[in-house]
Design a protein around this ligand. Sequence first.
Ligand code: SN0
Length: 322
Amino acid sequence: MKLFSSVHDVQNIDSLVADALALKKNPYSYQHLGKNKTLGLIFMNPSLRTRISTQKAALNLGMQVIVMNLDKEGWALETNDGVIMNGTTVEHIREAAGVLGQYCDIIGFRAFPSLQNREEDYSENIFNKFVTYCKVPVISLESATRHPLQSLADLITIKEVWAIKNPALAKKIKPKVVLTWAPHVKPLPQAVANSFAEWMCKADVEFTITHPLGYELSPEFTSNATVKHNQTEALKNADFVYVKNWSSYTNYGKIQSDGMGWMMDNQKLKLTNNAGIMHCLPVRRGLELADEILDGQNSLVLNQANNRTWAAQAVLKNMLSL
Ligand code: SN0
């Protein structure tokens, strides 16, 4: 793999998950692979889990890691071509990416969408330019439309928990996975939801998405998923419930409704098959998810965060083995 930007870059998701689980059992078994190799982690937006888990993954593989919050510590970046840079931007992404590529063997890059211009965000203009001009293998640390390291960690978590719950039948019965929209006060990217949907559509699960009208995701990501607007209906017999807010794709970047009644709580948990409750974090307590869920037995949010390390390590190992 020279690029990890979506599920389409992965040849076999099952073997990538198996790789991650093997690394979880034996984290230091490939330390020789990273010797004298440098990973650069470049952020245009905040990060906690992605930054630390990817750094940990690289250290486990014997790599050196350099991190930069380019939006705060770097020169103001110009990403449009052919502009006369007589305004506030100082350095063009062509030079910035070209320079960083010379210092690193692999680069992780994060750039959220503007949520102003759908066509531009969905063209992945900034991420793709970075990939083109840095000339080294790139891992997406969340781009405008996807968060593949998160989705891989989510799939690892589902497979791991499902195998523990159903030791004899895990391979024969598909878990029912539901992605449910949750309320929020800020317009958030569709990236986590898009990416989760895209991975679930390829995984061995039964997949349903539920959201209020007006929050339809781009069909590019939701191909064979069942979509229901009735959350109660959708949650019935769910084995895993993934809770996430996203802003509207159709009325691009806008909040359509206050989402009253959509927060996941213990009352709704009763509809499910004692489901594991998932969220990528950071989570707004009492708005997206009830405290009773986050502090209860069914929460898998820390398991997911833990698996971010093994997801990143499986991807890095694959890239280092080129
Ligand atoms: C990001 C998102 O894409 O939804 C990152 C998730 C991994 N989340 C946020 O920006 C949350 C911001 C907030 O104010 O709650």
